[in-house]
Write a protein that binds this ligand. Structure first.
Ligand SMILES: [Zn+2]
Length: 584
């Protein structure tokens, strides 16, 4: 008679995830990125959790209360599920979560948080510090979330993000019963109008996942109405009534997780020119390299000035928009013809490569050259189309690389620790040089038939693809001796190749985050006095997209780059703000 005995359901124990210092640092970096570069975001999930008094009920197996069940399954099946199943550790880069608790009033408890294990721990802890109480007014919380989403949406639009590139906005609405604000009827109308305005503005970029927990299925007709409202107006809606089954609740969350990862993948995949690009990249490189085996005779075609008019053009992007082409002499003094092999020796995803020579009295003279043609078109290409885009990208990259080299030279941390008198090869930071390209225009004097060849110097050495416009970053496995070569700088021991990766990042910052140069490939020239990367065939991705030809993958190209790039000592030495820290 003198003691009160209380019994609880036996709880399943969910352990906290151990957080390292590095994870904390990464969390801070991601918070900065979500705030300062919101256009990189691929998805923002808003979660409204009912914390009205009835959520205290202890009828869900394995959990102390409905509220514990909501947060527990949210952490496990929504966060942990996505965090551990992603194929690539960077897949959830720039994904964020906002959590709102719904009582009579509504309260934002976590705002624009990175999708990581730190958030997982916070969600687990939440039901222990927040007790369900009072009624649950749907409209106040919906209104709050709707305002946040619409504000974010209008900021992105004014930042120049196009509808197709917008992140996916999702609202997970979790409630255990009838809203307290169902009567008078004007409340129901108001609810519909909040959701309608969201759907009308965001269309397919908005999804509502309504979740009914608890044992009163009949009372979920308001949730049903909400889902109908958004689907009627062009957004995605889904209702799931899980009852008091932990398993059902868990399954629903993992279904939501799947739906969200699919839409995220769709967004990032639009940066891929074709689906099976990744494995092809490696293959292309092989082909290019084997093509360089000299000695094999290939069928070729010779053109001389006796029968043909041969003009060599230089692309000058500063000359004039309408005609950037300037006729110049052939590369070798005394040359009066050219020879081009008719079978390609190398094939990239975008172009075919043929060996090309200048001729003087039918004999090959000068450096070995390479002519490039688009793989997509078989007919002759003119310097106005494909060649124009190619040269425009390459000469823009050339200028940026020059500025990058200067920035490296002026960065105190990137100076060699060797004395200036030491003339050894690996004592200076490498320079980046893009090839200069020309167009050889060959006209048959009798028939008038004309062919334009895009030509640049043949790179000598081991051809390497460092990164790509679909987020590919060269893995550690394929490291060859020269790529792992390190150099002692004031910032520490640095791999030469890091300079190439840092270039993409530097361009991003230097252009005020409007573009990147990627698809970096070429050779490390070991014939020069100091290390020098000779690069060719880059791609430029711009926020607006398609300004630099077919390989400009726009905002999604930039997103892919940022999610895969890892900053190292070179990025730090250049004072760039960290994107992803290099694991040491
Ligand atoms: Zn970086």
């Amino acid at each position: 008679m003198r003691r009160e005995i209380t019994s609880y359901r036996e709880e399943i124990h969910i352990e906290k995830y151990p957080i390292s210092i590095q994870m904390m640092e990464h969390h801070t970096e991601l918070k900065r990125i979500l705030k300062e570069e919101p256009y990189l975001c691929t998805g923002h999930t808003y979660i409204i959790v009912d914390q009205s008094g009835s959520m205290r009920e202890a009828d869900v197996d394995g959990f102390r209360s409905r509220s514990h069940a909501a947060y527990g399954t949210l952490a496990l099946e929504f966060l942990a599920e996505q965090l551990s199943s992603r194929p690539n550790p960077q897949d959830l880069f720039a994904e964020s979560v906002t959590v709102v608790e719904m009582r009579e009033e509504s309260e934002v408890i976590l705002s624009n948080e990175p999708f990581d294990w730190i958030l997982f721990n916070r969600l687990l802890k939440r039901p222990n510090i927040s007790r369900p109480s009072f009624g649950g007014n749907y409209n106040k919380s919906l209104e709050k979330v709707s305002q946040m989403i619409l504000k974010e949406h209008s900021n992105l639009l004014s930042d120049g993000v196009e509808h197709g590139d917008l992140p996916n906005f999702s609202l997970v609405f979790l409630s255990d019963g009838k809203p307290s604000d169902t009567t008078p009827a004007k409340n129901v109308k108001e609810r519909a109008s909040i959701l309608t305005s969201l759907s009308v503005s965001l269309k397919d970029k908005f999804s509502l996942f309504a979740l009914g927990v608890g044992n009163r299925e009949a009372e979920f007709e308001q949730l049903q109405l909400m889902v109908e409202t958004v689907t009627k107006n062009g957004s995605n809606g889904q209702l799931a009534c899980t009852g008091v089954s932990t398993l059902k609740l868990a399954n629903t969350f993992s279904q939501i997780s799947n739906t969200l990862s699919c839409s995220r993948t769709t967004l990032l995949d639009s940066a891929l020119p074709n689906a099976a690009k990744m494995p092809k990249v490696a293959k292309d490189i092989e082909k290019r390299e084997t093509g360089k085996i000299v000695g094999k005779t290939m069928p070729s075609q010779k053109y001389t000035r006796k029968t043909h008019t041969i003009t060599r053009y230089r692309f000058d992007k500063d000359r004039s928009k309408s005609n950037p082409w300037q006729a110049v002499d052939l590369a070798t003094h005394g040359a009066n013809g050219v020879e081009v092999e008719t079978k390609f020796f190398g094939k990239g995803s975008e172009r075919l490569a043929f060996r090309f020579h200048e001729l003087a009295n039918q004999k090959r003279v000068g450096k070995m050259l390479v002519a490039k043609n688009s793989v997509h078109l078989n007919e002759n290409e003119t310097k106005e189309s494909f060649h124009h885009d190619f040269c425009h990208v390459q000469s823009t990259a050339y200028d940026l690389a020059e500025k990058f080299n200067t920035a490296v030279r002026n960065a105190p941390l990137l100076q060699s620790t060797f004395l200036p008198t030491n003339r050894e090869y690996y004592t200076k930071p490498p320079e980046l040089k893009f090839m200069l390209c020309h167009v050889y225009s060959i006209k048959n004097n009798t028939t008038g038939e004309k062919t334009d060849y895009l030509v640049e110097r043949m790179l000598q050495g081991k051809f390497t693809k460092y990164n790509s416009n679909n987020g590919y970053v060269r893995g550690e496995k394929k490291d060859t001796a020269h790529n792992t070569r390190t150099i002692e700088l004031k910032a520490g021991k640095v791999k030469l190749e890091e300079f190439v990766q840092a270039f993409s990042h530097w361009v991003y910052e230097h252009s005020n985050k409007h573009m990147i140069v990627c698809d970096l490939q070429g050779v490390l020239n070991q014939e020069s006095r100091y290390p020098e990367f000779m690069l060719t065939d880059p791609a430029i991705c711009t926020r607006k997209g398609r300004r630099f030809g077919k390989t400009d993958m726009g905002l999604n190209g930039i997103r892919r780059f940022c999610s895969t790039h890892k900053c190292g000592a070179v990025c730090k030495g250049l004072g760039l703000s960290y994107i992803n820290k290099l694991d040491s």
